[in-house]
Each structure stands twice: as structure tokens, then as C-alpha cells.
Design a protein around this ligand. Structure first.
Ligand code: AMP
Length: 358
């Protein structure tokens, strides 16, 4: 178990790393953040900053030598970079979870092997394989790159009646390995934030209902409009996933829900997740504190929600809404300190709480 003044290394200095550094500081730990950008948002709250590539072996070795545990805010760090540190420092979440989340084929195979449903999917090994697979999906699907996709990037919607979408998708498949997923006519999207401690205890926060715009999370509302049965199914899937991976830390799992309340896992992120930002306003212990507790070997905190809430992301010029948000009742504003506002860039978020209904 880490003690006051011990150091947590955080690989990735974006807004998630920043919120982790704040939470770690509040628990009396020191943080060292590594990020390739000179003015990474997390540096302001870190005790030390390393400006280096995520897989720079020299910088990672120095981080490992200085820290008591290493964690990350970003799942695209090469697994080999962390594997090289094994033995010298603990890395949480472990590299099995990291590797599983980095490749959509590995990720979907992992869930399907546990009898957890996903969208139907096909490993597209050649552009020619696309049309056959698309026919098996009923003519509608989404091509996704196997690796390095996030916020809807590296995805093309395809329809067998729309030739342009097929040629575009074929080009992507020729460039990089892809999968085809059947298009799911879901009624809602939900996510769960779950944590597992070093001793194997799993705790889940309540489930959020998410709305995406242009592939990027727009709002998370809690409680989600789902039945208790669907809620408990999602919790069981989360428990199984974290235990199977012998995971330590916080994980976000996203699901599609259909009209009968059946669930399909879309994907998981081996880190704190945007759809869990609401926890800082509607729970006593946020997902960030929960992650720090888990990786530091402390007991997990209670995940009880004291309020209903709605979190909204501030993306690019949504920042113009800040004066209005500052006038809103019971609303927590959280800005990431990014100097430059750009289209599609996550600049902050706000969460409005209301009395708890259920
Ligand atoms: P992803 O990057 O895989 O999380 O996808 C981003 C968003 O695209 C999801 O949150 C959904 O809104 C939508 N999406 C992804 N996969 C599918 C699918 N198989 N069927 C329908 N919509 C999807």
C-alpha cells in the first residue's frame, strides 16, 4: 500500500491525467506526469513533468525508478514499453487489459469467449472480404480500424446500397487492418464505471445513459432509463470483465441497449472514462479518486450516488456557454486549462445535479 508522499507515475497528461493528478494530490500522493506535449493539461497539477514520447524507453525507465506505481490515462501506449518495466515497478491496469483493449479483434474475442454479447463482427483481412461480410450483416455496418480508433475516428458507416461508402471503406481496409461490425439499431447507449482493488474487490458506480454527437460523447445522464434487470446485467458483466483480467484500477465499459433491454458490449477503456465525469459531482468519491485508491493499494471508496445528474462536455466553441453555465444552479464546472480552443477538442465539462429520484 502506498503511503503519504509516495509517487504515482501517470503516462499521458491530457484532461484525464490532470484529474487523476488532482485526486492523487488530495490523497497525499505525489505525481509525475509523462506526456510528449510541452504544455500538457496535467502538468499544472503534477509534482514533476517529463516531456517525452509515451514509449521513450529512457524516460519510462526514469519514471519507473522514481515512482512507486505507474498508471496511464491513455490506452494507446505501446504494450512493449510497459512490459520492459515489468519487475522494476507495478503498472496498473495490467498490460493484458491494455493489449486486449488496443485491438478490436482481441477485445471482441475476449468478450465473446466469456459469453458476453457484442455486435456481430468480421475480421476484414482484405478489401474483397468486405462485401461478403456486409451481406452477412444485412447490408448495414460500420468499418472500424482494429487499432487506434477513438471518439468515432477511424470509422466509416457502410451500406450495400451506397457504393461510395463501400469504396471508401475498401480504401481504409487496404491501408490498415479493420473489422466490420453489424449496424446495431440500439434504443440507448449506456456505460458503467467499475473499479477493482489490488485485493480483488469490485465496485461499480451507477450506470450512465450517454448521447454521442459526431462520434464524441455529448451528455451522460444518471440514472439511465433502463430496468433494474438491465442494470444488474451490466453490473455482472463489469464484475466478470474486471475479475477475468485480474484488473486493478477503474475501467469504463460502453454498451448498446435494445428495445427488450438486452445488452451488447461496444468497447471498454482500461482507464477513467469521460462518461464517468459525473461522479465528481454526484458521488462523494469520484472515478478519479477511486482509480488512485485502487492503483495505490488503498481500499475502494463507496460508490453511492447522492444526486441525479447530467454531465455535458464542452467541445471546441461550446466554451462560449461558460458565462451561462456559471449562472446555473447546482452546477459544477470543470475546465481543463487548454489555452487553444479547437473544433472537436474537449475543453471541459459541467455537471448539474438534481435531487435523487431512485
Ligand atoms: P466507438 O468509437 O466504437 O465507441 O463508436 C462511437 C459511436 O458510434 C458509438 O458510441 C455509437 O454511437 C456508434 N456506433 C459504434 N459502433 C456501432 C454499431 N455497431 N452500430 C451502431 N452504432 C455504432
Amino acid at each position: 500500500m502506498l503511503k503519504t508522499g509516495d509517487r504515482i507515475g501517470i503516462v499521458g497528461g491530457g484532461q484525464l491525467g490532470r484529474m487523476l493528478a488532482i485526486a492523487a494530490g488530495r490523497l497525499g500522493f505525489k505525481t509525475i506526469v509523462l506526456d510528449p506535449q510541452e504544455n500538457a493539461p496535467a502538468f499544472e497539477f503534477a509534482d514533476r513533468s517529463f516531456i517525452a514520447a509515451y514509449d521513450d524507453p529512457k524516460a519510462l525507465k526514469e519514471l519507473a525508478d522514481l515512482c512507486d506505481v505507474i498508471t496511464y490515462e491513455f490506452e494507446n501506449v505501446p504494450v512493449t514499453a510497459f512490459d520492459a518495466l515489468s519487475g522494476s515497478v507495478e503498472v496498473h491496469p495490467n498490460t493484458t487489459a491494455l493489449a486486449t483493449s488496443q485491438d478490436r479483434v482481441t477485445e471482441k474475442t475476449f468478450f465473446n469467449t466469456l459469453d458476453i454479447q457484442t455486435a456481430p463482427w468480421f475480421d476484414i483481412t482484405s478489401p474483397e472480404a468486405l462485401e461478403t461480410a456486409l451481406a452477412e450483416c444485412g447490408g448495414k455496418g460500420i468499418i472500424k480500424t482494429r487499432r487506434f480508433g477513438y471518439d468515432g475516428k477511424g470509422q466509416i458507416r457502410v451500406n450495400s446500397n451506397h457504393h461510395e461508402s463501400i469504396s471508401e471503406a475498401k480504401e481504409l481496409c487496404a491501408e490498415t487492418p479493420c473489422i466490420l461490425e453489424g449496424f446495431i439499431e440500439f434504443t440507448r447507449e449506456i456505460s458503467i464505471i467499475a473499479a477493482r482493488s489490488r485485493s480483488g474487490e469490485v465496485k461499480t458506480f451507477d450506470i450512465a445513459e450517454n448521447v454521442h454527437r459526431d462520434g464524441i460523447l455529448h451528455t451522460s445522464t444518471v440514472p439511465a432509463s433502463i430496468t433494474d434487470e438491465t442494470r444488474s446485467k451490466a453490473m455482472k458483466i463489469a464484475e466478470k470483465t474486471l475479475s477475468e483480467l485480474e484488473y486493478v484500477g477503474v475501467m469504463g465499459i460502453e454498451f448498446f441497449v435494445n428495445a427488450s433491454g438486452d445488452l451488447m458490449v461496444n468497447e471498454f477503456a482500461p482507464r477513467v472514462h469521460n462518461s464517468g465525469h459525473w461522479t465528481e459531482a454526484a458521488c462523494t468519491i469520484s472515478q478519479f479518486e477511486q482509480h488512485v485508491r485502487a492503483v495505490a493499494g488503498l481500499p475502494l471508496g463507496a460508490t453511492r450516488r447522492h444526486s441525479n445528474c447530467r454531465m455535458e462536455n464542452l467541445i471546441g466553441h461550446d466554451m462560449d456557454k461558460v458565462p451561462e453555465i456559471l449562472q446555473m444552479d447546482d452546477t459544477m464546472l470543470h475546465l481543463y486549462g487548454k489555452a487553444e480552443t479547437r473544433d472537436g477538442r474537449k475543453m471541459g465539462h459541467f455537471t448539474q445535479i438534481t435531487p435523487k429520484s431512485a
